[in-house]
Design a protein around this ligand. Structure first.
Ligand code: FES
Length: 450
């Protein structure tokens, strides 16, 4: 049993207390249960990193908006009234702080947003436009142009090929420096479109409430020791179904999606893991669970028309499995899917799964993307709930005090360093350790020893 030590990080300036949470190959279970640690994570990780907001195609026309949350901060992404630019604003009124927009998406009339409490109206750039009975503010110490009375713009917003990111910090690296080599995954997703652009499919996503800490989802992303166990019920059934077919012909397309989750330890080892600075990472490159997906002839033809055979081969052989843009989102370029992490509290997290259409690609490609999302990522899928069940089991153990340290020893000490990449076989716990190197750097403001 762990010692009863609630509030281990009461003092965020106590570097020793923070360092004591992370050993080279294990981490204290308090990081999943301690509210003070969660609050410090929001301040030092989520309020500083570049976070994924959404895609420009979600706000195509003037006044279109979506609402979301950066860490625990509600924001609104809105296309301005002349449709030229996209702004990301704090979703709070400059009067008494009420949340201005509750809807998940919509179109602001004339590009203006109106607070439902006292009717203050804001332009799409967040500036205060008007308020009822203005004489009440005449000759008082009130400057309508003061940004505090508006809906403040998030300090930094950058776009990359239609993907919008924001940082709540005034200073820090630019977006591309922050993303490093993970940007190749975004490039590959977009390059897979014959027209060189992607767009979000529809206005809604799969939203999946997780009654556990936010870190479990991204830690599971590259945990290649679990699929063949946690998902065995589904993948074994698919394998038996395929084997039962005469000559294994006429296989339903669902089997193509589910079967790789029953891959062997060797299969996942061969995929390889690459850890990057800032907690980012990816698996695969040469091979992935998507390696054996069929290439539809009409899609290949369109790609050849757009890119030529050599470049098409380069694009389609880029075979990353999952890419983690720590801490806020995960990308699967092969299947055009992005999942967003929205922490709610120390033991509650929302995971959103968004799918993208490859512009210029035949409908079969979109159907496969949607099939994948339905079968793997949705709350009613055949895979995702297996993972959630396991996260909750750990969360409950940690909350009960039954476990003090969470293990990360697998292949510890066998990592290889290549420039700024740390590499290992696919089943290595480097996938976890790499996140906690970044976690400790963020949490100690770069003052940790390791
Ligand atoms: Fe928004 Fe008063 S709180 S107008």
């Amino acid at each position: 049993m762990k010692s009863n030590n609630p509030g281990i990080c009461k003092d965020g300036n106590d570097i020793n207390a923070l360092e004591a949470l992370v050993d080279p190959a294990r981490v204290k279970s308090d990081v999943y249960t301690d509210k003070a640690i969660f609050d410090l994570e929001m301040e030092r990780i989520w309020n500083r990193a570049w976070l994924y907001v959404g895609h420009e195609s979600q706000v195509k026309s003037a006044g279109d908006y979506i609402t979301t949350t950066l860490g625990v901060t509600p924001v609104i992404m809105i296309r301005d009234r002349n449709a030229a630019d996209v702004h990301v604003l704090l979703n709070r009124c400059g009067h008494r702080g009420a949340k201005v927009c509750e809807a998940r998406n919509g179109t602001a009339k004339n590009g203006n947003l109106k607070c439902p409490y006292h009717g203050w109206v804001f332009r799409s750039d967040g500036s205060l436009r008007s308020y009822p009975s203005p004489a009440g503010y005449n000759d008082v110490d009130f400057d309508k142009s003061d940004p505090d009375f508006g809906m403040p713009q998030v300090p930094r917003v950058e776009k990359y090929r239609g993907f919008v990111f924001a940082s709540l910090a005034e200073d820090g690296p630019d977006l591309q420096s922050f993303l490093g080599q993970t940007i190749d995954t975004i490039d590959n997703m977009v390059d897979r479109a014959p027209e060189g652009e992607v767009e979000v499919t529809g206005k809604v996503c799969h939203r999946f409430r997780h009654p556990c800490n936010w870190k479990f989802f991204i830690e599971n992303l590259h945990d290649a020791m679990h699929p063949m166990i946690a998902h065995a019920g589904t993948s074994d059934a698919v394998r038996r179904y395929v084997e039962s077919l005469p000559n294994q012909e006429g296989v339903l397309p669902e089997a193509e999606v589910i079967a790789p989750f029953g891959g062997s330890y060797d299969f996942f080892d061969d995929m390889g893991f690459v850890g990057l600075p800032n907690g980012h990472a990816f698996m695969g490159g040469r091979k992935s669970i998507f390696s054996h997906y069929q290439v539809y002839p009409d899609y290949l033809e369109k790609m050849h028309q757009s890119y030529g055979e050599k470049r098409t081969e380069e694009i389609l052989s880029f075979n990353r499995h999952n890419t983690l843009l720590y801490p806020s989102c995960t990308v699967r370029d092969n299947i055009q899917s992005i999942r967003i992490v929205i922490p709610v509290s120390v033991n509650e997290t929302i995971i959103e799964s968004w799918t993208f259409r490859l512009k210029g690609a035949p409908d079969d490609m979109l159907k496969r993307t949607l099939r994948y999302s339905r079968l793997i990522n949705s709350p009613a899928s055949m895979v995702g709930p297996d993972d959630l069940d396991c996260y909750v089991r750990i969360q409950k153990s940690a909350e009960s005090g039954a476990i003090e340290w969470i293990d990360m020893h697998r292949h510890h000490g066998r990592d290889a360093q290549q420039g700024n990449q740390t590499t290992a076989v696919g089943t290595s716990d480097l996938a976890l350790r790499n996140q906690y190197v970044a976690w400790l750097e963020y949490m100690t403001n770069g003052r940790a020893d390791s």
